[in-house]
Design a protein around this ligand. Structure first.
Ligand code: GLA
Length: 381
């Protein structure tokens, strides 16, 4: 049995589940999700942690923000590590989290000046990123307490997460009823199914903001990770990271990940877009487009551990953020300081500022329609 330091720090032992033995990384079965108290908010609201395991993947989810507090997978020798950045206490999540592991809504990414017009009516959103609205505004879905129901279905285990956002919350029209399903499959895949309905026309763009470090959080930067993204175009931005509207070719730019390269390879190229983002903080236009079923779009691999993450989605876009704003002021789950590039996000989504860009795929949801998107994270080593 593996008893590496990181496994113990991440609290895997607390779930009472033994680590997989050498070479049997994906041999464990699913168990009923286990609930425990994680902490309390200032107003006394209890925040719970739900521990799930299936197919060799171990997941801990908080009722606050639907946050993935820990996600452990084995390396090529069966040694587990927590591959997602986070905190070990609720206070830090509330006070200073840069969306670690969180569910993002109502609108993942930026809306220019926090303004949009829908059916002739102008809406002003909560502005929380310079003059723009980011990730749903000042009190987005990442800062809400979700109702959680566990399930086991066949060989799957998972959680249903529910949150109802009232009409006008953060400036968005319509009461939005949201249901997010986190499933761990018997293969150890983590699947997210997002659903939402509204009673007034509105805009929706839900995503997940896990910061990945496949060598293990607290192990240094992700610049040696190898990445491929199936996208020939991306959406260049202005200095406030709002898309210009152009779908630019990646060919000949640092944004070309069609063939696998390391994250660090071109990150210091003095390209205007990298200067704006302080690194990579851009939306890729996925070649497959919007699809009814999740299709493979990106592969991330840490050569040192062999851990590999494959992402499939129904969404047309992928925000790849290289952890540029991590500045050495946060102490992570493993007890070390997070610095720039210690984790990266791969946020499946519709494009930023779509409500103001008629040429982008629409993010409008109307009464009677159901918003549905799916993203699947598959792990191997
Ligand atoms: C997103 C944004 C980034 C940054 C992070 C959180 O990925 O695109 O610019 O705001 O969230 O720090």
């Amino acid at each position: 049995m593996d008893m590496s330091r990181r496994t113990v720090i991440a609290g895997a032992a607390a779930t009472g589940i033994a680590a997989a033995g050498m070479g049997s990384a994906h041999a464990t079965g699913g168990r009923k999700p286990v609930k425990s108290l994680f902490g309390k908010l200032a107003d006394g609201t209890k925040v719970y942690s739900w521990a799930l395991e299936n197919g060799g993947t171990r997941l801990k989810v908080l009722s606050y923000g639907g946050i993935v507090q820990s996600l452990e997978v084995p390396d090529r020798r069966g040694r587990y590590a927590n591959v997602s950045l986070g905190f070990d206490n609720i206070e830090d999540y509330v006070a200073k989290s840069p969306y670690f592991g969180a569910l993002i809504g109502r609108y993942g990414n930026r809306i220019g000046k926090g303004r949009f017009t829908l059916d002739g009516k102008a809406h002003q959103l909560s502005v929380n990123d310079g003059e723009n609205s980011l990730h749903g505004g000042a009190q987005g879905f990442d800062k809400r307490v979700w109702d959680i129901e566990p399930f086991t279905k066949g060989s799957d285990v998972g959680l249903y997460l529910y949150y109802t956002s009232v009409d006008g919350e953060m400036g968005y029209p319509g009461t939005l009823k949201t249901k997010v399903t986190y499933t761990l499959t018997r293969h150890g895949d983590w699947r997210i199914d997002y659903e939402a309905t509204t009673d007034k026309a509105t805009v929706v763009n839900l995503t997940s903001h896990v910061y990945w470090n496949l060598a293990g959080e607290s192990s240094g930067t992700i610049y040696d990770h190898e990445l491929s993204i199936a996208a020939s175009r991306y959406t260049p931005v202005d200095s406030g990271l709002i898309p210009t509207g152009e779908l630019a070719r990646v060919w000949g730019t640092p944004f070309d990940f069609r063939r696998t390269k390391t994250v660090g390879e071109d990150i210091r190229v003095p390209h205007q877009q990298l200067l704006y983002g302080k690194g990579i903080d851009h939306n890729w236009v996925l070649d497959k487009g919007l699809t009814a079923r999740p299709e493979h779009i990106a592969t991330l691999r840490d050569p040192s551990s062999g851990r590999t993450l494959k992402i499939a989605t129904t969404e047309p876009g992928l925000q790849f953020y290289s952890g540029n704003f991590l500045d050495g002021t946060l102490v992570g789950t493993g007890g070390t300081v997070y610095r720039q590039g210690d984790g990266l996000c791969l946020e499946t989504q519709h494009f930023p500022d779509s409500p103001n860009k008629p040429s982008f795929p629409s993010t409008v949801l109307r009464p009677g329609q159901t918003y549905r998107t799916t993203t699947v994270h598959s792990f191997s080593a």
